[in-house]
Write a protein that binds this ligand. Structure first.
Ligand SMILES: Cc1ncc(COP(=O)(O)O)c(C=O)c1O
Length: 434
């Protein structure tokens, strides 16, 4: 097959033959180039990007400073393996991430390549440090697709189907979500119930929690919830691990979303936004936990890759220089204002929620919160793409439209994207009532 095929349809046909179905796709579009908050496909069509590679391009596609940092590193060396021959950028990034992470205790950080690897390593550390084996996570959580991260993930289909048995000693508790009828009391009671019926708290190494559930539906936790979770962890000697892989690096208006709640986790996992498009993840937190394992116990051939470290250092500079935390808050305000207006017009919008730019709308049939409407979220996604706006859904029922613009998006482009959502909603509504 010629490599000069330039239509999305032809490339899709080749993809279907060469790539397994299980590597899903949100859009039948093949990228040719991308800049800040726009993507052009192989047919030369422009799209506004409200996906940012799933909350990765917080600093936008091809930010010149990220490109410069990668270009400066590339001719020097592209790989030595940090455990074999070290390099300063890794150490500088560890210093920076440890300095930024919540907590006024001594902290250390190390790097992996993917979010799931960061989660795996946080599990290893928590188990080694506490000498305990059980882990608690939450219904609806997403922590990755490697086997232990998958066990922590709180959604069966499509992630777990056919892959069992899951690694043992993982327990799931309800995540608080008022709109789904789960209060903070219910969530904490759910953990207490686990302690009564399923696992001795003295056997629990860690509780993993997303400050805002991401794949689970963009559901923000609350100060009350995290304070009670922290107290419960302290009471039983359990480590609290914040999974900030999706929420981190200014996505919610703070470098770490947990800063909104004033609760300090023992360990934090990061990835996505950290690398500005380069694959890098991190575990950061208490130095005494980090230093518990023997040399060689942690690491990976490519982990903390020099190009990714260079990019990540540039990303953290950009976040500060371009006030991306502040921008995230402004973007979030604009999104929620627009969606609140839409929710008054369309009763299928049952909830508008978010923290900073991490904002979503949830669809229900006729506004009845017991009847999730993934069809509406999907129809909106499909029609918006046809009109040049790329969107993604999420949620336990796939009925949530989540917005993940680059935080560097120009406001007129943001507005243009929101107008497409408004016009598609009006169109869908017209069809429904016709
Ligand atoms: C909160 C959270 N944890 C872990 C992961 C897994 O990251 P990765 O896909 O890089 O392995 C994700 C990915 O979406 C995530 O949102």
């Amino acid at each position: 097959m010629s490599s000069s095929a330039k239509s999305n349809t032809e490339l899709m046909e080749r993809r279907m033959k060469a790539v397994p179905r299980a590597i899903g796709y949100a859009h039948g579009v093949f990228a040719a180039k991308a800049l800040n908050s726009e993507i052009w496909d192989v047919e030369g069509r422009r799209y506004i990007d409200f996906c940012a590679g799933i909350a990765v391009l917080n600093t936008g596609h091809s930010h010149p400073k990220v490109l410069d940092a990668i270009s400066a590193q590339l001719p020097l060396f592209s790989h030595t393996c940090f455990q074999v021959v070290a390099y300063e950028s890794y150490v500088a990034l560890a210093e920076k991430v440890a300095e930024l992470a919540p907590g006024d205790f001594a902290k250390k950080a190390f790097f992996m390549s993917t979010g799931a690897e960061a989660v795996e390593n946080a599990i290893k550390l928590a188990r080694a440090y506490t000498g305990r084996s059980a882990i608690i996570s939450f219904n609806g959580a997403f922590h990755g697709r490697t086997m232990y991260a998958l066990a922590l993930t709180g959604k069966v289909d499509p992630y777990k189907t056919g892959f069992g048995p899951m690694p043992g000693e993982v327990y799931h508790a309800p995540y608080p979500s008022e709109v789904h009828g789960i209060s903070v009391d219910d969530a904490i009671a759910g953990i207490e119930k686990l302690f009564k019926n399923d696992v001795d708290p003295n056997r629990v190494a860690a509780i993993f929690v997303e400050p805002v559930q991401g794949e689970g539906g963009f559901i923000p936790g609350s100060t009350a919830f995290f304070q009670r979770l922290r107290a419960l962890c302290d009471r039983h000697g359990i480590l609290m691990v914040a999974d900030e892989i999706q929420t981190g690096v200014a996505r919610t208006g703070k470098i770490f979303a947990m800063e909104h709640f004033g609760v300090v986790p023992d360990l934090t996992t990061m990835a996505k936004g950290l690398g500005g498009g380069m694959p890098i993840s991190a575990v950061v937190g208490r130095a005494d936990v980090m230093d518990f394992c023997n040399p060689g116990a942690l690491g990976s051939t490519y982990a903390g890759h020099p190009l990714a470290c260079a990019a990540a250092l540039a990303v953290l500079d950009i976040v500060r220089e371009e006030n991306l935390c502040q921008r995230s808050l402004i973007i979030g305000e604009q999104l929620r204002t627009c969606f609140s207006v839409l929710s008054e017009r369309f009763d299928c919008i049952g909830d508008v929620r978010g923290l900073g730019a991490m904002t979503a709308i949830e669809f229900f049939h006729d506004g009845d919160r017991s009847r999730p409407a993934p069809e509406i979220a999907n129809a909106l996604k499909t029609e918006a793409a046809r009109r040049g706006l790329l969107l993604l859904t999420c949620g336990n029922y796939g009925n949530v439209l989540r917005i993940m613009t680059p935080l560097t998006i120009p406001y007129p482009v943001l507005q243009e994207g929101l107008e497409i959502i408004g016009s598609v909603m009006a169109e869908l509504h017209k069809k429904k009532s016709a």
